[in-house]
Design a binder for this molecule. Structure first.
Ligand SMILES: NC(=O)C1=CN([C@@H]2O[C@H](COP(=O)(O)OP(=O)(O)OC[C@H]3O[C@@H](n4cnc5c(N)ncnc54)[C@H](O)[C@@H]3O)[C@@H](O)[C@H]2O)C=CC1
Ligand SMILES: CC(=O)C(=O)O
Length: 310
């Protein structure tokens, strides 16, 4: 499969790097309005390829995306220290007005994979602009937040994050909802496992994990200006599910007809992802507080998306 990446900055190049190391696609094409940057990133990534795979990594223009199975959209501005994801909306919607049509013109059959923030609203903007079915316009959503959640829980319990089954729901942003009530360690409920090993999930532990997940991006951006390795791997993971028709359960964002009391809003819940994009949703059972918080997150996103004229 050929994968296009529009936006060859930190996020786009990290996704390209992760994909090249994984060796799961045949071709990667990097496109950026800064052509010299795309050329330099492609050349640098291609020098990692001989160690790990045989993926072709090139820079190109939109015409070179023809035949792509997936096109990742990572173009646009990113947060400065202290800035929220939602504050990027107007500027990145303008970028998408330019980019989405160009991609569709040459790669009408591609699945669009959105990374640009605020990713849920950008997913809904892209869906409106391209007219593809929502199942084929997928935002990375909370895949990164769920990875952060699993990682911190795994650390607390002393187990691999891959053995932690836990999802962050709703917005990829400040209103996100950590799904504590249905999280599991292996096949055991998190609460039960934590008590069995003598490391209970006290309010203090939960608060510290919540802060570590919800505020990870702010902390990393304060320290090094941007986040990119985590999302790069997350995007590659979604591409793998599509390229290999894996039918993995991943928390990703698509326009969802109905969630709590809100209609037609893009946000994340666990969904089955395969060759056709999103195949089905797996709405988890939530406790009363989580359900109400998911409703608030959905309402906030809906209000913001309605403020954007296309
Ligand atoms: N979904 C997620 O979990 C995450 C999303 N992000 C978001 O990803 C986006 C990219 O972040 P970075 O790569 O760090 O930024 P960056 O500034 O390093 O790269 C953005 C690239 O987009 C290009 N670009 C801008 N307008 C363009 C256009 N009209 N056509 C083609 N290329 C264009 C720029 O030339 C630049 O190379 C941001 O919106 C950021 O907030 C960042 C981290 C995680
Ligand atoms: C920047 C961003 O969205 C993140 O790292 O979560």
């Amino acid at each position: 499969m050929k994968v296009g990446i529009v936006g060859a900055g930190m996020v786009g190049s990290s996704a390209g790097y992760a994909l090249a190391l994984m060796g799961i696609v045949s071709d990667i094409v990097l496109v950026d309005r800064n052509a010299a940057l795309a050329i330099a990133q492609a050349e640098d990534i291609s020098h990692a390829v001989p160690f790990m795979s045989a993926t072709s990594v090139l820079a190109g223009d939109y015409a070179d995306l023809a035949g792509a199975g997936v096109v990742i959209l990572a173009a646009g501005v990113s947060q400065k220290p202290g800035e929220s994801r939602l504050e990027l909306l107007e500027r990145n919607a303008a970028v998408f007005r330019e980019v989405v049509g160009e991609v569709l013109r040459v790669a009408p059959d591609a699945i669009l994979l959105i990374a640009t923030n605020p990713v849920d609203i950008m997913t809904q903007v892209a869906t409106r602009l391209c007219g593809l079915p929502p199942q084929r316009v997928i935002g990375s959503g909370t895949i990164l937040d769920s990875a952060r959640f699993r990682s911190l829980i795994g650390c607390h319990l002393g187990i691999s994050p891959q053995s932690v089954h836990a999802y962050v729901l709703g917005e990829h942003g400040d209103s996100e909802v950590l799904g504590w009530s249905n999280a599991r360690a292996g096949s055991v409920s998190l609460r039960s496992f934590a008590e069995q090993i003598g490391s209970p999930l006290t309010d203090h532990v939960r608060q510290s994990i919540d802060d570590g997940v919800r505020n990870a991006a702010y902390k990393i951006i304060n320290g090094k200006g941007a986040t990119y390795y985590g999302i790069g791997a997350g995007l590659a993971r979604i591409v793998k599910a599509i390229a290999q028709d894996q039918r993995d359960v991943l928390s990703v964002s698509i326009v969802t007809p109905h969630i709590v009391d809100v209609t037609d809003v893009a946000l994340s819940v666990p969904r089955i992802v395969g060759a056709e994009g999103v195949i089905a949703d797996l709405i988890p059972e939530l406790d009363v507080g989580e359900y109400a918080a998911l409703g608030r997150s959905a309402a906030l996103l809906k209000e913001r998306v309605e403020s954007i004229a296309l």
